[in-house]
Design a protein around this ligand. Sequence first.
Ligand SMILES: [Zn+2]
Length: 101
Amino acid sequence: MVILVEERLTNCPFCKQLTIKVLHQPFVARKGLTKSRFGTGGPVYNKEKTEVLSGCSACGKSVKDVDEELNRGGKEIPHAERLKRLQEAGLPTKIESKRDR
Ligand SMILES: [Zn+2]
């Protein structure tokens, strides 16, 4: 069985140019090959994943930079951004540690 892996271009997370070459592997579930007669092979799952193959030729980011940026998936908000959002929400951003002693 051949796992379909396709090479495609995606946008650079930094400069938004379509320059990043990635290998996209869709989610695949297949039966494991039983190599022994005792049948150790259960179903094998290949998670969908995207492997970054090239850096950006437009802004010069490396494979590692692009990979980290893409895989971060916007889950983590940078500290500065978080502060900004707190300020916009009208929440106090200063944490004062008062010690009554
Ligand atoms: Zn770029």
